[in-house]
Design a protein around this ligand. Structure first.
Ligand code: ATP
Ligand code: MG
Length: 459
């Protein structure tokens, strides 16, 4: 499906890469170095690690000169760290490890596919971050992931609900990405942001002269998404007269461009999302009940961040990696700061967290942010658990991302363990049995750990 130029000096490894690519239905072509002609015909470049310092960075820069947007997948010989690592790391769309694993190659190329699709789509300038996988290991996130896997293979219409910033679009893209339609476009429409009178032509397109200003004919989103997925975002804000039209397309799978009599087939998988309570809107007469049932075939609720605080460290890590791009030094959080963030209620959910991390990364490049450096509202204040009784000393400069020069993992984990035990005890007002339950461990195990960490029981 994609033409992949594999740049590798190592012939046997190159053959292996080609075999993997062919197996996945792509067309590989091996080169020992990049040349303008083969790059011009390429959809993606797979860059193998050098045997020694054989000018890989020059090759990479050459590729960028030829085409600044050509996706490059870098193969990562994980045992080796080279000076070229960083620039290529920043500039590549995905990395795959050596020895090759088919699943990793597939993932990387899907990433490329989605990226290309997105670039070719008119009007969709969303950032690549929305293609990321759903980060998190909490029960809630695992449940969402299971739903995604179950529904992706089907053609069922999905209705995503959840507060603002929880990741509904991330889920929508994941559904598309895991579906048989993944090689076709994913087309988002924000039904709330497009003025009511324009929404019809936006969705269904129009013929030349259909209305004043329609100087040429234009495809609508339903046509653009042909074969793929149409993401109807903020569906709750769709004006009533458009709800009728949407209902008709969903029922009959046909539509007409504005100003045309010709019926077109809607070959789209629909995923809709809303942050509002549609059942309430129905009661208030702002949303059609029949449309609701059409959309609500497979509902998925995306949980708010505060109900899955355990995912926060992973999310922070993920966001830090994202903000580490550019010339900025990576930033990290001390354990105290992280603990405080885990207790914050996050009304703006992951989006708010992403904004905070972005801001901290600018303010504190290259170092661990202390608790008292967090903006006021993120500090515990009222529930000053962290400040109380905990000797913050040893932990205060503990990073949450792996520093370039490494760290003492055992000591780090010990300190983390201690910190969580102290918090659990604090929250349980010192009742060991309750704290043990929260930490999902036996009471005696916890007592042992308390002894190990020299944590005294509260009187
Ligand atoms: N589980 C997650 N893993 C990684 N990033 C996430 C996750 N959830 C959300 N994000 C990030 O949070 C931001 C908000 O996500 P998204 O736009 O999908 O939210 P939303 O639910 O559609 O919000 P809204 O209702 O306000 O449109 C994005 O930058 C997204 O990349
Ligand atoms: Mg959204």
């Amino acid at each position: 499906m994609l033409t992949a130029v594999v740049i590798d000096h190592n012939q046997s490894r190159a053959e292996e890469t080609c075999a993997a690519l062919e197996l996945l239905g792509h067309t590989p072509c091996v080169q020992t170095t990049a040349d303008a002609e083969s790059l011009a015909g390429a959809d993606v470049v797979i860059l193998a690690p050098p045997e020694k310092d054989d000018g890989l960075l020059d090759t990479f820069r050459y590729i960028r000169e030829q085409d600044p947007h050509l996706p490059v997948v870098a193969m990562n010989d994980s045992g080796r760290i080279s000076p070229w690592d960083e620039e290529i790391d920043r500039g590549c769309i995905a990395r795959i490890g050596v020895p090759l694993q088919l699943a990793a190659v597939r993932e990387a190329l899907q990433q490329v596919q989605v990226y290309r699709e997105n670039r070719h789509l008119e009007g969709d300038s969303r950032s690549p971050e929305l293609f990321r996988n759903l980060v998190g290991t909490s029960m809630e996130v695992r449940r969402v992931r299971t739903f995604i896997e179950q529904v992706a293979q089907t053609e069922a219409t999905v209705l995503l609900t959840g507060e603002s910033g929880t990741g509904k679009e991330v889920v929508a893209r994941n559904i598309h990405y895991h579906s048989p339609r993944r090689y076709k476009p994913f087309v988002p429409v924000n039904c709330g942001a497009i003025p009511g009178d324009l929404l019809e032509s936006e969705l269904f397109g129009h013929e030349k002269g259909a209305f004043t200003g329609a100087v040429s004919s234009r495809r609508g989103r339903f046509e653009m998404a042909a074969g793929g997925t149409l993401f109807l975002d903020e569906i709750g804000d769709t004006p009533l007269h458009m709800q009728v039209k949407l209902l008709r397309v969903l029922q009959e799978r046909t539509f007409e461009r504005v100003g045309s009599n010709e019926s077109l087939t809607a070959d789209v998988r629909v995923v809709a999302a809303t942050h509002s309570d549609l059942e309430k809107s129905i009661r208030e007469g702002r949303f059609r009940e029949d449309l609701y049932y059409r959309l609500n075939v497979f509902p998925i609720h995306v949980p708010p961040l505060r109900s899955r605080a355990e995912d926060l460290p992973l999310l922070v890590n993920d966001l830090l990696q994202r903000s580490a791009g550019g010339d900025r030094e990576p930033m990290s959080l001390t354990v105290d700061a992280l603990v405080a963030l885990q207790r914050y209620p996050w009304p703006g959910n992951v989006r708010e967290l992403a904004n905070l991390i972005e801001r901290l990364a600018i303010l504190f490049p290259g170092r661990a942010v202390e608790l008292d450096e967090l903006p006021e509202k993120y500090r515990p204040g009222a529930f000053s658990v962290v400040a109380q009784g905990l000797e913050a000393n040893a932990r205060s400069d503990m990073p949450t991302t792996l520093p370039r020069d490494g760290l003492d993992l055992k000591a780090h984990l010990n300190a983390l363990e201690r910190s969580f035990i102290e918090q659990a005890l604090e929250d349980a007002s010192g009742v060991v049995a309750h704290a043990a339950k929260r930490l999902r461990m036996g009471r005696t195990t916890l007592v042992e750990k308390m002894r190990k960490h020299e944590i005294r029981r509260k009187a």
